[in-house]
Design a protein around this ligand. Structure first.
Ligand code: TMP
Length: 410
């Protein structure tokens, strides 16, 4: 294994110093499921996270080039989860009733993936931006207009010259993926109409600290946002957050509503969340140093539980080959000796191996036809949906091993 020296250090949003508070060691690409022949050339980068006192931003210190992560065989398809389908339908309905009431308004989505959200705006003037070709093609097959490009100021200028300005700019689980965040904000500044609204959601730093869900840190999650950091970043472009709404998705996310300063009334939810963040300490380094200690404790406990199960001869499988599981497995050094395989429903992952620790990924049918004694719930953010589906596993005396918010067997 060698660490790729081309990993880039360009994710700072301000020039002030970034204080490292945790290091998870050398990490492969989280969605880089691979075949045996690819083991030798696997790409690694140091996964370290820092906090910027000035911008309040929590961010990776080094990051692989985006082309290594988002390409023509990207392994994440949003629409595979039924609860996410419902989530995006509700989200689209809300946006229609609050901000885009007529189909002549222009709706844009950054990182539209397989069209799970944008499909609800098919009858509107709309545009999706999606750099991963395979998922962009799925969106196109649903009749959506999609540009297969990376977004930034230059593309924004092109779009404005063709389509005019945008009334609604949305992004879900995407903004935190983009190292050159300032270029995205500059692009939004070019695109957004005077009364236009930016609405986006991403995993929330407050939830990560609360649950010690360190698996939210991986190559694609360059930033873990808070209201403090988002307010700072958008204020650089004369914009402000006028509403916020916590979400249960992805293990705890936050939805931010943003406008040009003074164009929409600011809700009380904004001041209340800012206050909560200060109480939680998200605006200071100390809480992150404490978080780093909690990660070490969680790691030791998980390895301990898995070692006890292995010694007892129990069959242990992973459930959900999530991107997040790559951080857990590699940070805790958990390989096929402790978890014999990971079950997943995504066709592109099945038959491959998990990044770094090389645990085989097997089909869901295999899990169902021969239950393990214990299943490690890597897709813990889909727990409700999975528990509903897996009643038979529990009834057959199957046990779940959780590691978020704490390590326990249920
Ligand atoms: P996510 O946590 O990034 O949404 O990824 C979820 C992964 O878990 C994805 O690879 C699909 C897989 N999965 C299953 O295998 N079974 C399930 O029931 C669910 C909800 C997800």
């Amino acid at each position: 294994m060698s660490v790729n020296k081309n990993a880039v250090d360009k994710c700072r949003i301000s020039d002030s110093s970034l204080e490292k508070f945790v290091s998870y060691g050398d990490m492969p690409i989280a969605n880089g499921f691979l075949s045996e022949g690819e083991f030798k050339s696997e790409y690694y980068f140091p996964l370290e996270v820092g906090f910027c006192e000035k911008s309040k931003m929590v961010q990776l210190i080094t990051q692989p080039d985006p082309e290594i992560m988002f390409h023509d065989h990207y392994a994440f398809f949003s629409s595979l989860s039924t609860s996410m389908q419902k989530h995006f339908k509700t989200f689209a309905d809300e946006v229609k009733s609050r901000f885009v009431k007529n189909t002549n308004q222009m709706v844009m989505e950054l990182g539209c993936n397989d069209g799970i959200f944008l499909q609800h705006f098919k009858d509107y003037r709309h545009l999706g931006i999606e750099p991963s070709l395979n998922v962009a093609e799925v969106s196109r097959s649903k009749g959506l207009n999609v540009e297969n490009r990376f977004f930034g100021q230059a593309l924004a200028e092109e779009i404005v010259s063709k389509e005019g300005q945008v009334d609604l700019f949305s992004a879900s689980n995407c903004m935190c993926h983009i190292p050159d965040f300032l270029s995205v904000l500059a692009g939004i500044d070019v695109l957004l109409s005077k009364k236009g609204v930016v609405v986006f959601e991403d995993p929330y730093m407050g939830a990560v600290v609360e649950k010690t869900s360190y698996d939210q840190f991986y190559d694609e999650h360059v930033f873990l946002f808070s209201l403090h950091s988002i307010s700072y970043a958008f204020s650089l472009f004369g914009m402000e957050v006028f509403d916020v709404a916590p979400q249960v998705t992805h293990g705890g996310s936050m939805r931010y509503y943003i406008c040009r300063k003074g164009e929409h009334e600011v809700s009380n939810a904004v001041s209340s969340l800012l206050k909560n963040e200060e109480l939680q300490g998200l605006d200071k380094i100390d809480v992150y140093l404490e978080f780093a200690k909690n990660c070490e404790t969680s790691k030791a406990r998980l390895v301990e539980e898995l070692s006890i199960l292995a010694k007892a001869g129990k069959k242990v499988a992973g459930y959900g080959a999530t991107s997040k599981s790559t951080t857990v497995l590699n940070y805790c050094k958990i390989g096929p000796d402790l978890i014999s395989y990971i079950s997943d429903t995504t066709p592109i992952k099945i038959g491959k191996f998990s990044p770094g620790m090389h645990i085989p990924i097997r089909s869901y049918e295999e899990f169902k036809s021969n239950y393990p004694d214990v299943a490690v719930l890597f897709a813990w953010n889909h727990q409700a949906e999975i528990f509903e589906k897996e009643k038979v596993f529990r009834d057959s005396n199957g046990k779940w091993l959780f590691f978020v918010p704490k390590v326990e067997i249920v």
